[in-house]
Write a protein that binds this ligand. Structure first.
Ligand SMILES: C[S@@+](CC[C@H](N)C(=O)[O-])C[C@H]1O[C@@H](n2cnc3c(N)ncnc32)[C@H](O)[C@@H]1O
Length: 278
């Protein structure tokens, strides 16, 4: 079979399984199976595929049809123009989180020597990107779970980020290293209310529950940050959170009346970010 025929067959299988963006996903999986770039797949479309490429391709298609997220099968995903390694046990970086990073970078460009915390760091997409974009700042990334922490370590190594410090730490019980205070605290913590976890899309259910479960009302981590981490944010410092649809005002209220708060909207016009100045 030629590469083009493989891609077309993959697309048909994915479409039949109800996968929406089947053409895009088929080409991503072909690239991964053949070890080719997108443009090589196009320019060599008429070439016969090696039997090993064919086997690998259909094995990846079968994994995708079984509900495994595309990003886990590819083993990496692009975030803010850089590839992050991802797989079982770590949350896949989302496009709306790029907006949080954009806001953070714009704050840091005015204060480039800042100390930044990234709580619940997962793959490190937030903290490592900020550290790369603003090399004069110092970023501390905190992640509790072994599987996610392993990806964080690999991403920190792959991206070579000397101004990032990664720490395996439970943010519900631990504190930052002694004497370290943040100018900017960033966090995209687990925020799905426990009762909503069962209704998530099949692919999202394959991501770790520990990355999603925000307790009874989804706000458990924001309360803990208010109580345990706010004392480690410098006067006039900022906290910038990502949150779920409809949670923005409640999170801002947790920090009232001491702080100045703003709820910000994402590209889909969802109240997705909360900014707090202390
Ligand atoms: C919503 S994910 C966000 C990951 C990453 N920051 C991102 O934006 O893609 C939340 C992360 O918090 C981590 N986490 C959950 N409970 C934690 C805790 N008590 N302390 C530290 N990290 C925790 C999870 O393992 C997961 O990686």
């Amino acid at each position: 079979m030629t590469l083009r025929e493989l891609q077309m067959q993959g697309k048909v299988h994915l479409t039949q399984a109800g996968i929406e963006d089947s053409a895009f996903e088929a080409v991503c999986l072909l690239e991964a199976a053949a070890g080719l770039t997108r443009s090589q797949c196009l320019s060599r479309a008429a070439e016969q595929a090696l039997p090993s490429v064919e086997t690998q391709f259909f094995s990846k298609i079968a994994r995708r049809i079984s509900g495994e997220p595309l990003q886990y099968i590819l083993g990496k995903w692009s975030f803010y123009g850089r590839d992050f390694l991802v797989g079982e046990g770590v949350l896949i970086p989302r496009p709306e989180t790029e907006e949080l990073v954009e806001q953070a970078v714009s704050v840091l460009q005015k204060h480039p020597r800042s100390v930044v915390f990234d709580l619940c760091a997962g793959s490190g997409c937030i903290g490592l990107t900020v550290a790369k974009e603003v090399p004069a700042c110092t970023v501390y990334l905190f992640e509790k779970y072994d599987a996610a922490f392993a990806f964080l370590q690999k991403n920190a190594e792959a991206l070579q980020v000397p101004n990032a410090h990664i720490l395996q730490s439970d943010i519900l019980t631990d504190a930052p290293p002694k004497g370290v205070y943040a100018d900017l605290l960033l966090s995209n913590p687990p925020y799905i209310p426990k009762s909503a976890l069962a209704d998530l899309q099949k692919e999202v259910c394959r991501e770790p529950h520990t990355a999603l479960d925000g307790g009874a009302d989804g706000l458990c981590f924001y309360r803990a940050i208010r109580q345990k981490w706010l004392p480690f944010v410098k006067k006039s410092g900022m906290l910038l959170f990502e949150c779920g649809d409809g949670q923005g005002r409640s999170i801002a209220d947790l920090f009232q009346p001491a702080a100045q708060t703003a709820v910000l909207y994402d590209f889909q016009n969802i109240d997705r970010f909360v900014q707090i100045i202390v």
